[in-house]
Write a protein that binds this ligand. Sequence first.
Ligand SMILES: [Zn+2]
Length: 316
Amino acid sequence: MFDNILCQQKIKKVLLNQIKSGKIAHAYIFMGQGGVGKRLMAVELAKNLNCATNNFTKTDIGACGRCVSCEKVAKNIHPDLHFIDFAKQAELENEDLEKQKILKIETIRYMQKEVATKAREGKWKVFIIEPAEKMNLAAANSLLKTLEEPPENTVIILIAKHKETIPKTIVSRSQTLFFQPLGQNEMSTWLMLNHSLVPVKAQEIAELSEGSLENAIKLVNEKESEGFSSIWHKLKTQKFYISDLLELSKNAARRDALGCVDSMMVEAKKEFRIYPQGAALALDFLNASRAKLLQNVNAQTVLDNLFFDLYDLSNN
Ligand SMILES: [Zn+2]
C-alpha cells in the first residue's frame, strides 16, 4: 500500500492502521517541505478509501489500482476527489493561474457546498486544500466552521509547508502528519529508474536535492538543458553527416523538444549582439518550431527540420 510513494514509512503505517480500523480523521494536515510526497499521499489515501475491490481486514494490499474508482482517482476525474487549490480557484474566478496568490473565502465556500452534497460515486469524499498556508484569515475562519461540525465520510486534507502559518484553531481540529525529507538512496534509485540516470549522476543529484524530489527533478532538467545548449554550439561549429544530425534531433525530441527549443533560444539571444543577422534568422526558425510544437506537430519532425535549418545557417 502506498508503494508508489518514496519513504514516509511512519505516515503510511498510521494511515494504513486508520483505514483498517475505520478510524479515519475528519481532517489532516500534511506538513513538510516541497517534493516529499504530500499531495501524492493525499491522492493515494483517496484512492484507498474509495477502491471498489480492496478489503483491508484481510490484506495489506490496499487500493487495487485497476477498478473504475482507482483509475478515476489516478486520472484526477473522480467526482468525489476535490482539489481546492489555485488551479481550481482560477477556474472558478475565470482568472489566470499566475494571478492566484492567496486562497480566498469564495473558494472555501465553493468547497463547503460540495461538502454539503452527497458523495457521487464513492463512499468517501476527499478534499485536498493546497497550499493551505495561503488561505487568508476569512477563508481559514470559514473552513473552521466545517471542521467544527465534521460531515460524515468526508476527509479534508490540508497540505502545507509551514505549521506556523496555519491558525491554531484549525491545527487543533486536525491530525497533523509530518513528512520527512526523502532518503538519498531512495531518491537516487528513483532517479535511475525514472530519468535513466547513471548511478554516479543519480547519487550526485540526490545529494544536492535536500530530500526533495521536486528539487531533484529541477536539477535533472537543468542538466538536460545544459545538454541542449551544447547542441546549439555543435550545430554551429561541427561538421555533420545527415544521419548524425537526425540522430541528434531524435534524441532531443525524445527527451524534451520544447525544452530543447527554449534553451536554444536563450543561446540565440546571447549571440544577437555579435551576429545580429544570423541570430535573427535562427530565432525565426526557433519561434516557428516552438509554435509548431505547441500545436502538437510531431516533435521529431519539427526538430529534424529545425536542426537542418540551423546547421545550414552556420555552414553557408
Ligand atoms: Zn481499486
